[in-house]
Design a binder for this molecule. Structure first.
Ligand code: BTN
Length: 327
């Protein structure tokens, strides 16, 4: 582990003196000082107190702030502005890097599923996690499901009652539909839920092994609803106050790591959070439209739709909820 990250980890429990840090990290005091300066240059204002070096009381939303106290093995690369975090993560993959979370405050060329644009102004959580999981490429969709569970849990911990629409949209229910808009006009999508977050997964590999996997997650965190497309909302609009983006992203990364380390837990967790199961759906697939009741999800991520005549397994497509499970 590099000295900078080891220092961040050592500061998690409070102030530590320079000599203690040098002994704990197994480096010289000069190396500790240099790492402290590096963190300060990144905006992570390490304080020099009578008890030693102390972390800032409000760590910033930046590489060091996100890594500080993070219980997941990712290095964070932070940018104020970037075209697309997925594009940057792909560049890192091409140069052989892995276990990196690329984060931007703003994206100028954010990409969504199905070649759509993704609106990503300053204030959102725009992140792409680059890993090299030891799985066959055919199993990769389960990592996208893990990301949708992780995103849902992070939003729920921020106090917003989020749920998942197959395959990986994170929505908030109809009770919050006009929040933050103020003109009384409903901005619901097709089933009354509004989109809080979306996921775009890209990968490369041979049939038997993924070489790299980029899971790009976009959460409309502290974003003005007026700039978002119809059918979308933000956490700040639903909550009525801004969310702590650093904490939100840390929870997302921690849950994603936990789940991908225990793949058996992903489908049960997805089922528990799914709005789609039990709903009447219309799925636009590359092979045509499938209509019926969504009855289950199967590994690694296909939706099982009961059309009345048969159960059809849908691997990819755009899903519309016609009638929710509870109506
Ligand atoms: C969708 O619902 O269409 C998926 C949206 C994915 C957006 C995220 S934001 C971070 C990452 N970088 C991108 O360009 N896209 C993904």
């Amino acid at each position: 582990m590099d000295t900078r990250r080891a220092l961040l980890d050592a500061l998690t429990d409070g102030p530590v003196s320079g000599p203690e840090l040098a002994a704990e990290l197994g480096v010289s005091r000069a190396a500790v000082w240099k790492a402290v300066e590096t963190l300060r240059d990144e905006g992570f204002a390490v304080e020099s107190t009578g008890d030693g070096y102390a972390p800032p009381t409000e760590p910033p939303y930046g590489a060091a702030g996100i890594e500080f106290g993070l219980n997941a093995p990712y290095t964070v690369e932070y940018h104020e502005a970037l075209g697309s975090t997925n594009d940057r993560a792909r560049e890192l993959a091409a140069s052989g890097e892995s276990s990196v979370a690329v984060v931007a405050d703003e994206q100028t060329g954010g990409r969504g599923r199905l070649e759509r644009e993704w609106t990503a102004p300053s204030g959102g959580v725009w992140v792409s996690v680059l890993t090299s999981p030891a799985i066959p490429t055919s199993h990769a969709p389960v990592c996208t499901l893990a990301a949708s569970v992780a995103t849902t849990d992070a939003c729920r911990e921020a106090g917003v009652d989020a749920g998942i629409k197959w395959p990986n949209d994170v929505l908030v229910g109809r009770e919050a539909r006009d929040a933050g808009r103020g003109d009384g006009e409903p901005r619901t999508n097709e089933r009354g839920g509004q989109k809080l977050a979306g996921i775009l997964t890209e990968m490369e590999g041979e049939a038997d092994r993924v070489s790299w996997l980029v899971v790009g997650v976009g959460i409309n965190a502290n974003v003005d609803v007026g700039v978002l497309p119809d059918g979308a909302t933000s956490l700040s609009a639903v909550r009525g106050e801004p969310v702590d983006r650093r904490r939100l992203l840390q929870r997302l990364l921690e849950r994603y790591h936990e789940l991908t380390a225990m793949p058996d837990r992903i489908l049960p967790a997805w089922r528990e959070r799914a709005e789609t199961l039990g709903a009447s759906v219309r799925v636009d697939t590359p092979d045509g439209e499938v209509c019926g009741t969504a009855v289950d999800i199967e590994f690694p991520g296909q939706l099982v739709v009961d059309t009345g005549d048969e159960c059809v397994r849908v691997h990819a497509g755009d899903c519309e909820h016609l009638r929710p499970a509870t109506e």
